[in-house]
Design a protein around this ligand. Structure first.
Ligand code: C2E
Ligand code: MG
Ligand code: MG
Ligand code: MG
Length: 281
């Protein structure tokens, strides 16, 4: 009887596993179809220069625009895309469409020198031809390489560091800036910073959102701004939601800021309208 009960449990387990696997398989098929149909597209969130108060750049953030009009956020599909290897194709599409958008803005706003940063998954660095993909996206769009920027997180340095650093240096050699995303939340302390070919730190929103409420967060943000300045790096504060947070960041002489206070990530046409409105914060 014990054996039978054991078998029964196994069957329940199998069925649950099967359900999970079927869902994953269905999602995988859906994603493959959506990639072919170009349903993944970048939204653009402005990054504001705190000295001039003007838009200096945008971050490209992927959205899955389903045929019914439903918009799915990256948290819901990036992890699966990484797991099943679709992140490479998705990442290439984001590089291509973002480069095309840079070209369009270069034509419409020729003297604004707007830059666009694209997020890269660590998994994309497993592709030996990643740098060629970047070159191809730039060449196809006909943009200056310096208009494109790439965001990576410190977690990519956890494995195979030498090969990854070599690729990052090849990217940098083209005049493409590397932004270190979510700075302050990773595991790999400060020891790698001098080896790391990045010239911009993005302070994670979890610190920025508490900058006016919590003395601890405020001092962390201040310390990161000073660290960046002393290392000759620029610094962007993510997740700015209030005028008080913006004022605190200005008082610390933070270089750039990004967040809902300025604008949410916008479809390309709305981002274009925002540039045209020539706002100053
Ligand atoms: P991230 O690169 O750190 O992007 C910042 C996230 O914070 C975005 O979420 C953005 O919409 C959100 N955000 C911006 N301002 C505010 C604010 O004031 N308050 C709050 N609460 N949130 C704010 P999103 O678009 O959902 O993206 C989440 C993450 O997904 C990104 O974090 C990035 O790690 C990843 N991701 C997005 N697009 C791509 C992509 O094309 N490729 C890859 N590999 N990852 C991507
Ligand atoms: Mg980012
Ligand atoms: Mg970030
Ligand atoms: Mg983040």
């Amino acid at each position: 009887r014990a054996k039978q009960r054991g078998r029964g449990k196994m069957e329940v387990f199998d069925r649950a596993m099967q359900g999970t696997m079927l869902r994953a398989l269905k999602m995988e098929q859906e994603m493959r179809r959506a990639l072919a149909a170009h349903e993944f597209l970048p939204y653009f969130q402005p990054i504001v220069d705190l000295e001039s108060g003007r838009i200096a750049a945008f971050e490209a953030l992927v959205r899955w625009q389903q045929p019914g009009g439903q918009l799915i956020s990256p948290a819901e599909f990036i992890p699966l895309a990484e797991e099943i290897g679709l992140i490479n194709q998705l990442g290439r599409q984001m590089l291509e469409t973002s480069a095309q958008q840079i070209a369009a803005w270069q034509r419409i706003f020729p003297d604004q020198m707007l830059r666009v940063s694209v997020n890269l998954s660590g998994k994309q660095f497993n592709q030996p031809d990643l740098v060629e993909q970047i070159d191809a996206a730039i060449a196809l769009a006909g943009i200056e390489p310096g208009r494109l920027e790439l965001e990576i997180t410190e977690s990519i340095l956890m494995d195979n560091t030498d090969a990854i650093i070599a690729m990052l240096e090849a990217i940098r050699a083209r005049g493409i800036q590397i932004l270190m995303d979510d700075f302050g939340t990773g595991y790999s302390s400060l020891s790698y910073l001098h080896r790391f070919p990045s010239n911009v730190l993005k302070i994670d929103g979890s610190f920025v959102r508490q900058v006016t409420e919590d003395r601890f967060s405020r001092e962390i943000v201040r310390a990161i701004v000073l660290l960046a300045r002393n290392l000759g790096m620029a610094v962007i504060a993510e997740g700015v939601e209030t005028a008080e947070q913006l004022a605190a960041l200005r008082e610390m002489a933070c270089d750039f800021a990004q967040g809902y206070f300025f604008a949410k990530p916008l479809p390309a046409a709305e981002a274009t309208a925002l540039i045209a409105a020539n706002r100053q914060w």
